[in-house]
Ligand binder design. Structure first.
Ligand code: SF4
Ligand code: SF4
Length: 79
């Protein structure tokens, strides 16, 4: 495994790990990757990773639901 793929795998594992018990659900089927939620989140919780809107730091989420409100396709649910 090269260094590049090692870091990529680590990043994927971290995102997977956080999304498994994450309280933020993103419906990627309806997501257009407009990044409105990414920009609007005051706590830098969301990110587009590998062309997919993802939760990069669920622990930083304050459940303000700004992301839910701003999404034009209603694809985010904060539980
Ligand atoms: S609920 Fe608020 S803090 Fe949590 S991801 Fe959405 S915008 Fe960010
Ligand atoms: S605002 Fe909605 S459609 Fe846009 S990137 Fe976020 S989840 Fe996807």
């Amino acid at each position: 495994m090269g260094l590049g793929s090692f870091f990529k795998k680590n990043k994927e594992d971290k995102v997977k790990e956080q999304s498994e018990d994450c309280h933020i659900d993103i419906n990627c089927d309806d997501c257009e990757i407009c990044e409105k939620c990414v920009i609007a989140c005051p706590n830098n919780v969301l990110a587009v990773i590998d062309s997919k809107t993802s939760v990069r730091n669920s622990f930083g989420c304050k459940r303000c639901k700004v992301c839910e409100s701003i999404c034009p396709n209603d694809c985010i649910k904060v539980n």
